[in-house]
Design a protein around this ligand. Structure first.
Ligand SMILES: Nc1ncnc2c1ncn2[C@@H]1O[C@H](COP(=O)(O)OP(=O)(O)OP(=O)(O)O)[C@@H](O)[C@H]1O
Ligand SMILES: [Mg+2]
Length: 219
């Protein structure tokens, strides 16, 4: 996957969440790191076509994510920082609904891989934070996306679920699924990421290559 940003700026009133960032990286797994308010979530939203830049262009595999958003959305799955779930439905009902929206098949194996068993009559609003997170991750993985954009995916997960999740991502990486992951879990991400993008107060500090990449994703 090739990710290019050309002088990208995104402002919220006076705050420059992303401030004149230029990047050109080729990697199958990109980590986005930086402290709180560095602009990680904003960068992921720009890539996932949730937000549009005020200035500059974002290109994913040569595709302009604003002008050809439909092509990006077809192959990309985005996990927001805060789970976006239907609170008055059960976990299974959420999964079935999102599978339908994504025209994806619902696969029980996907869930057991995350140590998540959505049986039960509890409504999503009554589930624990970690369980909601697992559900949200399961939804992001529905439909075999080619590119995963994940915002702090292991936030709130217990150790067992965290390990299961990173193992699952390694398997997906071997299957040529490309990933862009914002995380504070810097130890874990180093095992997976080929390139790290470091942000600070909306500015690019540097991009760092950890290993060479061999896989290619075509949109
Ligand atoms: N919708 C919004 N309205 C106003 N300001 C926003 C909005 N979204 C982000 N910001 C601001 O942009 C800056 C970057 O926020 P962002 O959420 O991208 O940071 P982050 O690196 O993801 O931080 P964290 O580690 O806390 O998740 C912050 O100053 C934040 O307050
Ligand atoms: Mg964030």
């Amino acid at each position: 996957m090739r990710l290019i940003l050309e002088h990208v700026t995104k402002k919220f009133a006076e705050t420059k969440a992303i401030d004149d960032v230029t990047i050109d990286v080729e990697a199958s797994c990109i980590a986005v790191v930086g402290g709180n308010a560095a602009g990680k979530s904003t960068l992921l939203k720009l890539i996932a076509t949730v937000l549009k830049p005020d200035e500059g262009r974002v290109l994913l595999n040569g595709i302009d994510v604003v002008r050809q958003a439909h092509l990006i959305r077809k192959d990309l799955s985005y996990l927001p920082e805060e789970p976006a779930l239907l609170d008055t439905l059960t976990a299974r009902e959420n999964l079935l609904l999102f599978a339908k929206i994504k025209k994806a098949s619902y696969n029980e194996a996907l869930l057991s891989n995350l140590r998540f068993e959505p049986n039960g009559k509890k409504l999503v609003r009554n589930l624990s934070k970690g369980t909601r997170r697992k559900l949200s991750l399961s939804i992001a993985l529905l439909g075999e996306p080619k590119i995963l954009v994940l915002d702090e995916p292991t936030n709130g997960l217990d150790e067992d679920a965290k390990q299961a999740f990173w193992t699952q991502l390694s398997t997906l990486k071997e299957k040529n699924v490309a990933m862009i992951i914002a995380t504070h879990d810097t130890e874990e991400i180093q095992r997976l990421a080929d390139t790290v993008i470091i942000l600070e107060k909306g500015r690019l500090v540097k991009t760092e290559r950890l290993r060479s990449t061999t896989s290619h994703v075509q949109l």
